[in-house]
Design a protein around this ligand. Structure first.
Ligand SMILES: CC(=O)SCCNC(=O)CCNC(=O)[C@H](O)C(C)(C)COP(=O)(O)OP(=O)(O)OC[C@H]1O[C@@H](n2cnc3c(N)ncnc32)[C@H](O)[C@@H]1OP(=O)(O)O
Ligand SMILES: CC(C)C(=O)C(=O)O
Length: 590
């Protein structure tokens, strides 16, 4: 049977072709769902826009992130998260829902009273549009230097019907009354120590009719009266992500075009990740006119999470745009977030997962190794350091060093790996730059191991196998010949003479020979112990800079009909090459 064929029950297989591939109905209850409404905006401009600067960021780890945790953050965990966000450079931080209970209220009070909020950081707090909650929320902010109250109410049809059991007008009124109450309580409870700001979110914007979302936002603005020095933040949340990022962007472009007083509006995007496209939704919304993004570190948050602020920031960084956030110690950020959330960050998480800078597969490793080498060559040619060049290493969208990662884990070896990866490990860890044909030889040895035992072969394993194969150590010698200390080489009339103290087949002996060069002289010496060696290839390099540095010699020889490599390492290059010959001779007799 051919590989691409299917068999009917009467015999001959039917070839599978594009014409015969038929998708069958899945049997899933598709009828329960309908398409998302498109936006009539044929002259949309966002696809042609580019993101050339960082947006305003708001971290809602301490609010949306926290409210989604099995075990909401303790005061200590909240404080660790707050301090982390400040240290990374976030300037707008939603610190809680103070009216939810004493824990959140006390936390807000603690960071204000302990003067933990830098002057250039604005805290914000969320509330429903209910008077007693608004009062308590505003009260929590007393004494803060920069503080924003964030008020929300759902505006989508299902919520109007099911949650508020009201008309459009009644739901609009909730927003209007809420905004008025926030203003009144801020005037009553706060003094001029506080620069007070306001944010409104028509919750479930994604399911709200655009004209109604606009109407509610306009009514809210009529109360708040944005103007010069009096911004309003209108945050249009994808409370549940419902559409493609492109339709989401259309909705933002539509709102951005139709809002009055646009220059005094900070248009904010708050994507959740239900369809797995929150990052794209946020980026396209910025292209469509949004000014600000709300999200959480590593995509923490309700259900599938809020948009991931780390991925967004690093996406900018990797395109040469300063995210204005410090991700240089990404593992520390990850550890702190894991402690605060009591949740692990996935190993494949963009930019931070344990495996995201690691490749196991041969072709990836080969390209990465060549990429690193090409960077070094370019740096040398241009008289620059590698760090001054534009990054161009295949399969690595950024230099792992930029987020505080080492190159150690870039290549890991298992049964999917090839010679390039194995050679990289030896070069990176032991400064051994194996010639290409020797890479092929050694990778077969490693492959035997991965095929027989499975799993990963660590750099330590690779080094042990390499030593065992090519560099028998004095404590565990093997093979016919072991070198002892004495060795002389002299050159007389262009002829080299070499004498080497060795143990051959267990007997101490002096191997002496002459030839055209020290290697030829040593080959001549080996004739006396019945070893016939023919040189096929020879490569050497120093292993580090400066006097006393060791050198590595690699020799490919034909010995009694076998072609194999030997390796020698020594501070003296002649001795290194003699060792390499002995390594090959011993391997041939093994
Ligand atoms: C999309 C989001 O993430 S929104 C943020 C969600 N976060 C949280 O809810 C975390 C903190 N919340 C809490 O601790 C509690 O919900 C509290 C303390 C604020 C309020 O608790 P409760 O008073 O028991 O009310 P509950 O949360 O159940 O809300 C239900 C009532 O509030 C009304 N309501 C809900 N949201 C809003 C709103 N944004 N504005 C005005 N009223 C609202 C509902 O219609 C309902 O009213 P009803 O009782 O007349 O039917
Ligand atoms: C309160 C709003 C902004 C929210 O969290 C959401 O809609 O997801």
């Amino acid at each position: 049977m051919t590989a691409s064929s299917s068999s009917d029950s009467f015999g001959a297989p039917t070839p599978i072709t594009a014409a015969t591939v038929r998708q069958k109905p899945s049997g899933m209850p598709v009828h329960k769902y309908g398409p998302y409404e498109a936006v009539d905006i044929p002259d949309r401009t966002w696809p042609g826009n580019r993101i050339t600067k960082a947006p305003r960021w708001l971290s809602t780890d301490l609010r949306d992130g926290n409210q989604a945790l099995i075990d909401p953050m303790s005061p200590a965990r909240k404080r660790a998260m707050f301090d982390l966000l400040v240290s990374m450079g976030y300037k707008e931080i939603e610190v809680g829902f103070p009216a939810s209970g004493q824990t959140d209220f006390d936390f807000v009070r603690s960071i204000i009273e302990e003067d933990a909020i830098p002057d250039d950081v604005t805290i914000s707090v969320l509330t429903q549009a209910r008077e007693e909650l608004i009062e308590r929320t505003v009260e929590s902010l007393k004494g803060a230097r920069h503080a924003t109250v964030h008020l929300y109410n759902a505006t989508a049809p299902v919520f109007r019907e099911v949650v508020f059991r009201g008309t459009r007008e009644q739901v609009r009124q909730i927003a209007v009354d809420g905004t008025r109450l926030v203003t009144e309580y801020a005037e009553k409870l706060l003094d001029d120590r506080t620069a007070f700001g306001y944010q409104y979110s028509p919750e479930i914007f994604t399911d709200t009719e655009l004209d109604f979302a606009l109407e509610v936002c306009e009514s809210v603005m009529d109360v708040w009266q944005p103007g010069e020095g009096r911004e309003i933040i209108l945050n249009l949340p994808a409370t549940v992500e419902r559409s493609t990022p492109s339709t989401h962007a259309d909705r933002f472009e539509w709102m951005s075009r139709n809002l009055s007083r646009r220059e005094h509006v900070c248009l904010s995007v708050h994507p959740h990740n239900d369809r797995g496209t929150a990052v794209a939704a946020a980026e396209l919304a910025i292209m469509a006119g949004a000014d600000r993004i709300e999200g959480c570190l590593f995509g923490q948050g309700e259900r599938t999470g809020n948009v991931d602020l780390v991925t967004l920031g690093m996406n900018l960084f990797s395109q040469g745009v300063d995210p204005q956030i410090d991700f240089s110690q990404i593992d520390e950020v990850k550890r702190t977030a894991e402690y605060c959330n009591q949740m692990d960050v996935h190993s494949r998480h963009p930019y931070v997962g344990d495996l995201v800078y690691t490749s196991f597969s041969g072709s990836h490793q080969d390209a990465i190794k060549k990429g690193f080498e090409a960077m070094e060559v370019r740096a040398e040619r241009e008289g620059k350091s590698v760090d001054e060049l534009e990054w161009a290493v295949p399969y690595l969208p950024i230099d792992p060093k930029d987020v505080g990662r080492s190159y150690e884990a870039v290549i890991r070896v298992n049964s999917q790996s090839g010679k390039g990866g194995i050679a990289y490990v030896l070069k990176d860890g032991h400064s051994l730059d194996l010639p290409r044909r020797m890479q092929v030889e050694f990778s077969k040895i490693i492959q035997e191991r991965t095929d027989s035992e499975g799993g990963e072969v660590t750099p330590a394993d690779i080094w042990e196998i390499f030593q065992h194969e090519y560099l028998p150590v004095p404590e565990a010698p093997w093979g016919r010949i072991a070198l002892r200390d004495g060795q002389t080489t002299t050159t007389v009339d262009g002829q080299d003479e070499v004498t080497v103290d060795a143990t051959v087949d267990g007997e101490e002996t002096v191997l002496a020979g002459s030839g055209n060069g020290p290697l030829a002289a040593f080959f001549d010496a080996l004739q006396a112990v019945d070893v016939d060696v023919r040189l096929l290839d020879y490569v050497e390099h120093t292993m580090s800079e400066g006097a006393g540095a060791e050198a590595a010699a690699y020799i490919e020889c034909a010995i009694d009909g076998q072609v194999l490599w030997g390796v020698g390492i020594d501070a003296n290059i002649v001795r290194a090459s003699i060792k390499a010959v002995v390594s090959a001779v011993n391997r041939a007799a093994r």
